[in-house]
Design a protein around this ligand. Structure first.
Ligand SMILES: C[S@@+](CC[C@H](N)C(=O)[O-])C[C@H]1O[C@@H](n2cnc3c(N)ncnc32)[C@H](O)[C@@H]1O
Length: 281
């Protein structure tokens, strides 16, 4: 691997960084909508596809389902722990899993029909450099598909928009402080369509899929919301950013043992967006 993650990454990724649990939970939760987004690409059976920033590798299986046994799927990620998790599921589909930096990928130029990359390009300090490096891997006529969740704000507490707004702002402030970033650095990915156009791609189109859940939830939904969001993204770390009473209310709503637990309310209604922007070389 060349290029250090500390020099290129915005969000603290390194070859040893591990948030595999969060990635597994997100993919189990969002599988139906991500597969729907993938199906909208109408991949052909013999295509060669790269998942850039593949994380724990769930999408490798879904891409393999799309391109069939004559196709080929390659996963690439910076993180060794994420790739270990991806290796565990790779034998099922025969995907090749590689450690590498998106800015200097260990893959032959013009050798893939599609680069698929979800929630990864927003981790780079220089998106233009990342896109250039990925575009160099695509054959003439091939495509780049960038997936990004939560370009629209999530709705978690449908019955209390005030608390939700304060919690969302607390999360953003937490990340700005943690990675010493300003608001623009955390949100430039909103210009995803412009990024594809500036990179010289043609026939750019975009579609947003809504991930929508109400009670009763699937186990995968409950695991993601409780473990990845309520505990992993919110929890104690937000205490300095909320008033005592708002923090206590948030914690009650997020506590599966509490009678006010959000996910058991009959009015629970969760919305999250997943946007797929696609351009042709
Ligand atoms: C939020 S995760 C998304 C993972 C996966 N695409 C998914 O949707 O579950 C971002 C991934 O990008 C990887 N990553 C970050 N910077 C990278 C870089 N410069 N080159 C390759 N992978 C990188 C991280 O290690 C992480 O696995």
């Amino acid at each position: 691997m060349t290029g250090s993650a500390t020099a290129t990454g915005l969000l603290g990724d390194t070859p040893s960084r591990d948030y595999a649990g969060k990635l597994r939970r997100f993919n189990a939760f969002a599988e139906p909508e991500i597969r729907q987004a993938m199906a909208s690409l109408a991949l052909k059976p013999d295509m060669r596809v790269l998942d850039a920033g593949c994380g724990t590798g769930e999408a490798l299986r879904w891409l393999a389902d799309e391109v069939g046994p004559e196709g080929a799927v390659i996963g690439m990620d910076l993180s060794v722990p994420h790739l270990k998790a991806a290796h565990l599921i790779a034998p099922e589909n025969g995907a090749l899993v590689l450690q590498g930096n998106m800015l200097d990928p260990p893959i032959a130029p013009a050798s893939v029909d599609l680069v698929w990359s979800v929630n990864a390009i927003n981790h780079l300090r220089s998106p233009a450099a990342g896109l250039d490096a990925l575009l160099a891997l695509i054959r003439p006529g091939g495509r780049l598909a960038l997936g990004q969740s939560a370009l629209l704000p999530d709705m978690v507490f449908a019955w209390d928009s005030r608390l939700e707004r304060l919690v969302n702002e607390a999360v953003r402030q937490y990340y700005r402080d943690r990675y010493r970033l300003d608001e623009r650095e955390l949100t430039w990915i909103r210009a995803i369509v412009g990024l594809l156009r500036q990179a010289g791609l043609r026939q750019v189109h975009v579609r947003t899929f809504m991930i929508e859940r109400v009670a009763p939830l699937r186990v995968e939904d409950e695991n993601y919301l409780v473990e990845a969001i309520f505990r992993g993204t919110w929890g104690d770390r937000l205490q300095p950013y909320l008033s005592d009473s708002d923090y206590e209310e948030m914690m009650r709503l997020c506590d599966p043992q509490h009678p006010d637990f959000a996910l058991r309310r009959p009015d629970f209604h969760f919305l999250q967006s997943f946007t797929l922007a696609v351009g042709h070389l």
